[in-house]
Design a protein around this ligand. Structure first.
Ligand SMILES: *[C@@H]1O[C@H](CO)[C@@H](O)[C@H](O)[C@H]1NC(C)=O
Length: 345
């Protein structure tokens, strides 16, 4: 593209985003004036809104209180709270949708629908993918448990011993043996991650939250308030570090680690929207950020498709993850970037 037209494009994308942001503020103000019950801090400004949940291994009343206090002490408003049972998580495949990139190959798609790179498969395993499929020697992880007659942890152990090849980010294939059977399995490790969420006694405790970006940037919400993936690296006062430091008093059964780190929180306003539609069954049009995206010209189909983090064309011309492009952005910037991505895809 010639330089002038790319500059023009950039300017027009910015202009659209700015006018959308202004319209959103006005729209919000009007619709709020109509209602009897405006939230106390609803001044019509776009807010950061995230989805936070206490993970099953940490879901005690004491942890819920700790998280609630940390959030509100940081000036964050809690819009709603909800408990979701392991049974519901299992039946509605909520955790599978949450980890869609990994789970699509483990529990959602049958082997024949998994986008296997056929040349790489043959190179890695010395067999043709179409022959393997025809001979029914491949399956996803959930099917593998049935075929082998094993549980998720037994599958994970066999996976650790298998010849495993990486086909892409979060996309692995292994030739797995269990007793006297052998099958090509995709992302088999996911079954034991999933298992932590779907037991009869498991549940998560959800918080739908919002706050003003001027008070707390998204980057600080994650880096300072939530804390990093490994809770041991967490700054003092962060939620994950606080849970690590008092896990016994909180009633946890084992010491937190990188996987069992107590709490999840959305990585951007867009992931927040995707998670609220998944876990809470929220509608896109009924969500302030979802409505702003619709008003900015993104279709509901695009928003839904992008909610599972596909790779799309990025401003630099390369393909890249939607979620990565938006990570740690505040609401206005996130909206602007999504309008830009929508314009080039
Ligand atoms: C899977 O097995 C490996 C090796 O035994 C272990 O380190 C890992 O924690 C297991 N994964 C889960 C989710 O249990």
């Amino acid at each position: 593209m010639p330089k002038t037209s790319s500059t023009l494009l950039a300017i027009s994308v910015f202009a659209v985003a700015a006018s959308v942001a202004a319209a959103w503020k006005m729209g919000n103000f009007k619709s709020c004036a109509k209602k009897d019950t405006c939230p106390a801090d609803d001044d019509g400004e776009p807010k950061n809104s995230a989805f936070v949940f206490v993970k099953p291994h940490a879901n005690t009343e004491a942890t819920q209180n700790l998280v609630r206090n940390k959030l509100t002490q940081s000036g964050i408003s809690i819009l709603s709270e909800k408990e979701v049972s392991g049974k519901e998580i299992d039946e509605k495949k909520l955790i599978d949708q949450h980890y869609y990139a990994i789970a699509s190959k483990a529990t959602i798609l049958p082997a024949a629908e998994i986008p296997v790179p056929v040349e790489k498969f043959e190179e890695s395993f010395g067999e043709k993918w179409e022959d393997v499929l025809a001979a029914k020697k491949a399956c996803n992880a959930m099917e593998a448990c049935k075929e082998f007659g094993c549980n998720p942890n037994q599958l994970n152990e066999s996976w650790q011993k298998a010849h495993v090849v990486k086909f892409g980010g979060g996309f692995y294939c292994g030739l797995v043996s269990y007793n006297d059977k052998q099958l090509y399995v995709f992302n088999a490790f996911f079954m034991s991650m999933r298992e932590k969420f779907v037991g009869e006694k498991d549940s998560i405790h959800c918080f739908e939250v919002q706050w003003k970006p001027e008070q707390l940037s998204w980057a600080d919400f994650r880096g300072k308030l939530l804390g990093p993936t490994d809770p041991a690296d967490g700054p003092e006062g962060s939620i994950r570090k606080a849970i690590l430091d008092s896990w016994e008093e909180l009633g946890l059964k084992s010491v937190p680690n990188k996987g069992d780190n107590g709490v999840h929180a959305s990585a951007s306003p867009f992931e927040g929207l995707a998670e609220k539609t998944n876990w809470l069954g929220a509608s896109i049009a009924g969500d302030a950020f979802g409505k702003a995206l619709l008003d900015a010209g993104l279709t509901e189909d695009t928003i839904k498709a992008w909610s599972v983090d596909p790779r799309v064309k990025q401003p630099d011309g390369e393909m890249g993850s939607v979620f990565d492009a938006l990570e740690d952005t505040d609401v206005d910037e996130c909206l602007k970037k999504l309008v830009e991505l929508n314009g080039i895809n």
